[in-house]
Design a protein around this ligand. Sequence first.
Ligand code: SF4
Length: 253
Amino acid sequence: MTLDDVPKVNSLLKKEFKAHAAPIIELIEAQTHDPFCVLVGTILSARTKDQCTAGAVKRLFSRMGGTATPDALEAIPVPELEKLIFPVGFYHDKARHLHALPKVLRERFGGVLPHTVEELCELPGVGRKTANLTVAVGFNLPAICVDVHVHRITNRLGLIRTKTPLETEMELRRILPVRYWKTWNSHLVSFGQTRCFPRNPDCQGCPIRPFCPSCTVSPGSSGSNASNDTGAVGDHVKRDFSRLHEAGHCHTD
Ligand code: SF4
């Protein structure tokens, strides 16, 4: 795949995206239209499957009266927060970060949630992926959130060749037209969860197969030949993400 193929591939990925359930963070945005809710949901979603995140978000937001606000969040003691968000990954750390978040927000930003990646990264529990997703989904501003799926699939497609998510983010910022930034994450997260799996990608019938140099199915073949492979993108991607894949789908930091 080359940069010239981006419009066509993006259009095909958009169709696939619409055929499946939206990622949890998109759902939170659609239901709340609130960047702070998106931030809280994104923190919870790190190293956690969407279904698990959805349950935690529901319990936590219900406890706060249906939506997340800094004041309501700060009023919940850490042990109760832990119980509410269990069993999301790293729930001890996430409970501490969520409890500390309103105070830091007040002291550093006057209680107003910032909308730049750099400023958001100053908040507890917020790294580049969480910050990028909050900017893109919560504030509807250009940002590229690179998680395991985005890193793996853009490398498989041969659009970039990078070793880390941070390299991928910087490279995509350099080469990808800004109009594709916001949806690149949601399209590829959905695609990575439903077809272009870390192991055994479902290449047979893949709509972007003609653009993919890592396709595991030869023309005329009836099935995948990558039973134990990550899709022939190269050992660097397999190494970087083998541990994260064990933790399940990962949207954020
Ligand atoms: S052809 Fe296979 S490896 Fe390539 S994008 Fe499609 S599912 Fe992924």
